[in-house]
Design a protein around this ligand. Structure first.
Ligand code: ZN
Length: 365
């Protein structure tokens, strides 16, 4: 898929979309710096005698548990307040905090300046937009706009900001919507979209490997309305204004709430036994480094764990991660650490799996 292109406009746009100015940071780098499971290395294609192919697909999820700063670049205070209140509904679904700031840097920057368009970058792609530019735009929210319309569009655009794609572009949507393609091109051409814009925003379905997804869900807040006039036979989807049950379940899995708080680890002390008891669980540990030294951090036990080292002094920063360098399927990170505060997170490599493990950290001799 194209990367830093913004998506959306579930309403008629008056002219063709153009991408926000890009910073020098690539979207791939931004995504993998942010969260290690944004990079997925797929097994080599097997059999068939065809060319052997390795594919690397990327996701755009924020690091679980982090605080995203949100800033309004412009707009009326009354409109900003409504957007803020609805955006924060996501905090009860995803393990992310939205901190609205008025000065300084912010990962999500909201404008109301581009009239007729509503759009957002997807997840960590926001980090690739020049710091002076918006990462999200609301093109038709006014003080008099109905609450339902605020809910529909703000829930949807913040879904993008957290990494969600359009539901009709869910890999499982392939073949599910009986598009009358030429009618769709003609419809959006009236509103300034090229065939390429339509392909990108409407027809192009993401690959299985680049996404986490559920079955196609026409009730998703991430679905566009689909008028019957653009489909073959009788098929239509209305405007969705609420989170669907699948939206909530899906995003809870992507951003799981902390299982049992942060556990303190003693460097050189006994190993800590733990259990990844629920699918998608992430356990978090903390330890302090009083003086610079090389440290060895490991998981042991029967589970295929992924170990991630965060810090120094910033639990959201990813310093290193490992999957299988330890014994068996276990993880091992060896790294010289400067004085400071560090965190380890442990999860199962298979997001559906559970299992036990031990974790420990010691100084290298
Ligand atoms: Zn959208």
């Amino acid at each position: 898929m194209p990367t830093t292109r913004k998506i959306c406009s579930p309403y008629p746009p008056p002219h063709a979309a153009h991408p926000p100015a890009a910073s020098t940071r690539s979207s791939d780098q931004a995504a993998t710096d942010e969260r290690v499971d944004n990079i997925r290395i797929l097994p080599l294609a097997r059999g068939g005698g065809g060319p052997v192919r390795a594919a690397v697909e990327r996701m755009k999820l924020w690091d679980n548990g982090r605080t995203l700063r949100v800033k309004f670049i412009d707009g009326l205070p009354e409109v900003q307040a409504k957007v803020q209140a609805i955006a924060r509904e996501w905090e009860a679904i995803a393990n992310l905090k939205l901190k609205f700031v008025t000065t300084g840097a912010a990962e999500i920057r909201i404008s109301f300046a581009e009239k007729g368009f509503s759009w957002s970058t997807v997840g960590t792609d926001a980090l690739t937009v020049a710091a002076t530019e918006a990462t999200m735009n609301y093109g038709w929210l006014e003080p008099s706009t109905s609450l339902r319309e605020y809910q529909r569009v703000v829930r949807h655009e913040f879904g993008h900001a957290l990494g969600m794609i359009h539901e009709h572009q869910n890999p499982a949507a392939q073949g599910q919507i009986p598009w009358d393609k030429e009618k769709v091109y003609a419809h959006y051409a009236q509103q300034g979209w090229t065939r390429e814009d339509v392909d990108f925003n409407i027809f192009q379905v993401y690959t299985e490997d680049s996404t986490n997804h559920t079955a196609f869900d026409p009730a998703s807040i991430m679905e566009y309305a689909i008028p019957d006039s653009l489909t073959v036979g009788s098929y239509a989807v209305g405007w969705n204004t609420d989170f669907s049950p699948a939206d909530i379940e899906f995003m809870r899995k992507q951003y799981p709430m902390a299982s049992a708080g942060t556990v303190e680890l003693a460097v050189g002390g006994p190993r800590t036994s733990a259990d990844l008891a629920t699918a998608g669980e992430v356990d978090t540990y903390h330890f302090d480094v009083p003086a610079a030294a090389t440290h060895i951090m490991t998981t042991e036990g029967p589970s295929d764990t992924v170990l991630t080292l965060h810090g120094p002094n910033d639990s959201g920063a990813v310093l290193a991660w490992d999957d299988d360098r330890g014994q068996g399927l276990n993880a091992r990170i060896v790294r010289k650490l400067q004085p400071g505060s560090y965190w380890l997170s442990v999860r199962h490599k298979n997001a559906q799996a559970t299992g036990t493990y031990t974790v420990g950290v010691k100084k290298s001799r």
